[in-house]
Design a protein around this ligand. Structure first.
Ligand SMILES: Cc1ncc(COP(=O)(O)O)c(C=O)c1O
Length: 289
């Protein structure tokens, strides 16, 4: 079990992996990235993550290395790390250059891949749910750093999470400037009211989570429909159940919103059914030849 990093064409250990202080990823968060996991050594939703990496890069007019290089870097890094299950982070920065905001100063992309042992939330968190808080920090507008771009510029989300942590909660839920719920600091959110499952519409301005999309498809397989819509904070506070999704967490039930317990429990009946479907999906990925 180990952490291995691909950088500058080499796979190394964490101590040897160094980046230039003139790299724009370091200086400005001028980068895009993806995070995913393995299931029995198979990357989960790999092609969807690669597609989103390309969309993020397009959104910032950032040039990616050739996809064959990205694929072989990932393969080499995972093989060298040799973990039972890995967490994988793919980062592409706009590269190094003279200090200055002008993107034409960048010399060309820097590719970094990090493979480390996968650490999931605790069993207790899946069994009893987590606490979330609707925070004052707003999700940036699509006219600023577009939330649909998975960029390395995460200060807004860091501030949102810090606000939730100060209140003793696990995850921050951000709204847009008009007050519509957008997403968590590193997760998407779903709520359940009776038979109805809802999640914020992408048009609010949020990351099109790979797990969010997978959950929408798995819910359909159960004969459940997920409405993508605009949701106000009251809907979440008054919901029967709610859950978070992300590639590393999968489906994580929410027990408390702003300190108040959701009446349907955590996980509630519907959340538990979706958690089970997601687990079955991970098993299918793990059995792929
Ligand atoms: C802001 C934000 N929203 C949502 C997610 C969940 O996305 P995914 O399911 O693709 O991991 C993440 C993941 O890191 C995130 O950073």
């Amino acid at each position: 079990m180990s952490t291995r990093i691909y950088i500058d064409g080499q796979v190394t250990g964490p101590e040897e992996a160094k980046i230039s202080i003139f790299d724009r990823g370091f200086l400005y968060g001028d980068s895009v990235y993806e995070v995913l996991r393995t299931s029995r050594g198979h990357l989960v939703d790999f092609e969807r993550h690669l597609e989103r990496l390309q969309r993020s890069a397009d959104g910032l007019a950032l040039r990616l290395p050739d996809v064959a290089i990205v694929r072989s870097a990932i393969r080499d890094c995972l093989a060298a790390a040799d973990n039972e299950e890995s967490y994988l982070r793919i980062v592409v920065t706009r590269g190094c250059g003279e200090v200055g905001l002008d993107t034409s100063l960048a010399g060309g992309p820097t590719l970094i891949v990090i493979a480390k042992p996968l650490v999931l939330p605790s069993d207790e968190m899946y069994a009893s749910g987590v606490a979330v808080r609707l925070v004052n920090v707003q999700r940036t507008s699509a006219k600023a750093v577009d939330p649909s771009v998975k960029s390395g510029n995460y200060l807004n989300n860091i501030l949102a999470l810090a606000e939730a942590k100060r209140a003793g909660d696990y995850e921050a839920i951000m709204c847009d400037r008009e007050g519509w719920i957008a997403e968590g600091s590193s997760s998407n959110i779903f709520l359940v009211e009776g038979e109805l499952i809802s999640t914020p519409n992408l048009s609010v301005g949020l990351l099109a989570g790979i797990t969010r999309q997978r959950v929408i498809e798995l819910a359909a397989g159960l004969g459940l429909r997920v409405e993508e819509t605009r949701l106000l904070p009251e809907r979440l506070r008054d919901a029967d159940e709610a859950f978070l999704t992300s590639s590393i967490r999968g489906v994580l039930p929410i027990a408390l919103v702003d300190g108040k317990a959701l009446r349907g429990g955590a996980p509630g009946k519907t959340s538990a059914a979706i958690m089970e479907q997601y687990q079955a999906f991970l098993s299918r990925v793990g059995q792929a030849s």
